[in-house]
Ligand binder design. Sequence first.
Ligand code: SF4
Length: 289
Amino acid sequence: MIIEKAQELGLCFGVKRALKLLQDATERYGEIESLGSVAHNRQLVEKLSRMGVTPVGHIDQVQGKILAISAHGTSPEILEQARVGHIRIIDTTCPLVRKAQNTARELAETGFDVIIFGEAEHIEVKGLLGWAKGRGRATLDAKQLTGLKGKSRRLGVISQTTQPQASLVEFINQLVADLSSSVREIRIINTLCKITQKRQRNAAKCARQSELMVVIGGHDSANTRRLAEACSQIVETRQVENSSELDSSWFAGKHHVGITAGASTPDETIEEVLAWLRSPNCDFSVRGK
Ligand code: SF4
């Protein structure tokens, strides 16, 4: 019986970079706070808490003078509030998210209404809306934009970095069909994270070769959920946060199991799941890097 790891899985470069910046900051300043969870993964948040990083829900709740911004980024309003409150910012915004923020700002400054393909409540999207300077709208459903008919002349379309490419294409097709007759210009700028796209492709490839996929990552992690959704369209898929959620009955009669993990899943958690699979619970041999 074989378990095969997807070609690339687990921590992405943006999250690794953020962790390094946070480690440096805690070594330099001791205890610091972060705006929201630095990553949507309980194990990683606990690890950061041991390092001295405490999440706060809102900038008004900051007790100290050092505040970390997560890899998802934040809005210019929050940065301004920090400046006024003399709070030092440790900005771990992923460079790919920063690029999307700059795109939103440039579009708004050049007279475009900015459409963000994404979940309006996601922390990255909230930040992007801030950079769109009041000209942004976030949605996953192009039909919700028909109210812009006759109201907007120029539309700029960007995306939350971790959305699936196929869903973005579908969204754009619908938007063009609904609005192209009333809008003078529609400018589409690809702000998708290529690393996420590659991982989604690798996970799908792994799923096609497997009888069961195990996707490891936080239940509130959007990119883990999307990996699980993509795999579940191909083969039976289970999403677990860690090895304690595994159930040996899932593996009965299976000879080939695939494994992947979200961009904020620590290596230790992946190893823990692999150790469980190698144990007498299942006794799989593991292939892949
Ligand atoms: S998933 Fe992509 S955009 Fe998000 S932090 Fe990782 S590298 Fe950056």
